[in-house]
Design a protein around this ligand. Sequence first.
Ligand code: B12
Ligand code: SF4
Length: 514
Amino acid sequence: MELYHNQVTRAQGSFSLRMFHRSWGIMMIQENISAPCTVLDFPTRDDFARELRRNHYDVVGISAIIVNVAKVREMCRMVREISPGSTIVIGGHVAAIPGIDKMIDADHIVRGEGIAWMRRYLGEDDTAPIRHPAIVSGMRTRIMGIRLPERKGATAATIIPSVGCPMGCNFCTTSAFFGGKGKFVNFFETGDELFEVMGRMEDELKVSSFFVMDENFLLHRERAMRLLDRMKESGKAWTLSVFASANAIRKYTMQELVDLGVSWLWMGLESPRAGYTKLSGTDTRDLTRELRAHGIRVQGSTIIGLEHHTPDNIVAEIEHAVSHNTDFHQFMLYTPVPGTPLYQQMLEEGRLLRDVDYADVHGQFKFNFKHAAISREDSKRFLDWAFWRDFEMNGPSLYRIARTLMTGWQRYKDSPDARVRGRFAREMHRLGGIYSSALWAMERQFQRVDRGVSEKIHSLREEFRRESGIVSRLLPAVLGPVLLWTTRREERRLAGGKTYEPPTILERRNWVEA
Ligand code: B12
Ligand code: SF4
């Protein structure tokens, strides 16, 4: 249930950013129906059985993605055994598996958007406005061997303006699941609606930072610019983390992005030879450099094993990706996933590998198809190497985001715009001392591994010392050695096979105790 450690910082050892994320799809459904409803997130088998015994449920909805189909099968079996009167509804990406109805024992399998479906099923108005639940984007954050304290307002709120993406790249499962090319489902059409939702979240969760879960947020320029107008009118210095394709980013000036509060940007960095329209006409290395120079953290995402990749060219392609020197870099195997045009094509060409467990079809292990030039075993080697190479060349992501914050701070600390100035000052004030201490520990840890990286970290630490207030200047002397100790302890724990699991969370709504 982790994003970074699963697929972004997985090679960074104790410097890997660890945190869990809730299941937002079922939170959205719960918030938008008037029936009494329980959400049980990350249940163990015992938790699930206990809840089914404790209450009578007319409907048991199960949300899953494709990798978890075996768990869905087992949960259906348990429902039939413990609560035979319940109707079982399955939703989420797992519904795209061909023949799923024969693999599991369920009454309804729902493909695509689930709020409207559930409202219709319960006899409610499926066109009523969407109410956004209060979602804290991550929990139990852990880095360098310590779990960060959970203070209200310290973690961004997740905002989900839409599902799907009209770009329709052939491998893209979220685009395909919600209608494919040219289609998507908007929950909040306008910048005004979005502004209202964000304002409500600001009040409820005490946040000023938002993780915007929209596949291509910047593509909808009119909505984004209206949001900016409203932010300016009311002096909101909000921070936004967004997903966007390079060609959508290019619709904005850097100033517009900074004014909008964009501070973290997830963008696809496929090889220019792959020919995806989302990258057309853009030099992504220049773009990345420019974004970071304006204090915007960039998370790159690169696919390994595209059709034109061969053992001879793939190293150069990975080097090209790594040379972007992003703050974070995700690598994923090219993967035909059920429901996508790519899957259909591979099926027709007879290239899907048989006997690959669905639990392994997720892009972080090995190919599930016959590649023209790269074997299944080698796909894993190249993928693992890409993560290592990025870490080796660019250092820990924690160092990189500190670098980007410092650059942004130096550029905008005297900005004439109070909102922009305030945003960077807030981040610097909140994180300056913490980053300085982390850099202190990183510098020492890397003296053992790579002196070059250690020296780069040292000079950034010096910049933080010069730019920080007195508390932040003193903090590393105390916190630095503690972090160094916890980092080394974490390395030993991880080497010993330690793993982390999310807690079970139970939330009831419209509930009256009998
Ligand atoms: C947040 C997220 C995560 C979180 C998961 C948190 C959690 N508790 O599940 C983290 C970061 C941990 C994660 C991990 C992984 N993820 Co993920 N993740 C996402 C992401 C970015 C957002 C999901 C989301 O909330 N969307 C918004 C909500 C509103 O949409 P939704 O969940 O689809 O729900 C709607 C419908 O599907 C439906 N619905 C959903 N549930 C139900 C239930 C019922 C009963 C009904 C009727 C309807 C219904 O209604 C909802 C409202 O319309 C998606 C990409 C995306 N944009 O969706 C990928 C995605 C879901 N993840 C994916 C993958 C592959 C993974 C990993 C395997 C990656 C990896 N290699 O490690 C792991 C697996 C984790 C696991 N063991 O399950 C794939 C799934 C592919 C597939 N076709 O199955 C996606 C689609 C990304 C992609 N494009 O490839 N992920
Ligand atoms: S631009 Fe990104 S989200 Fe949109 S279809 Fe392509 S891969 Fe999917």
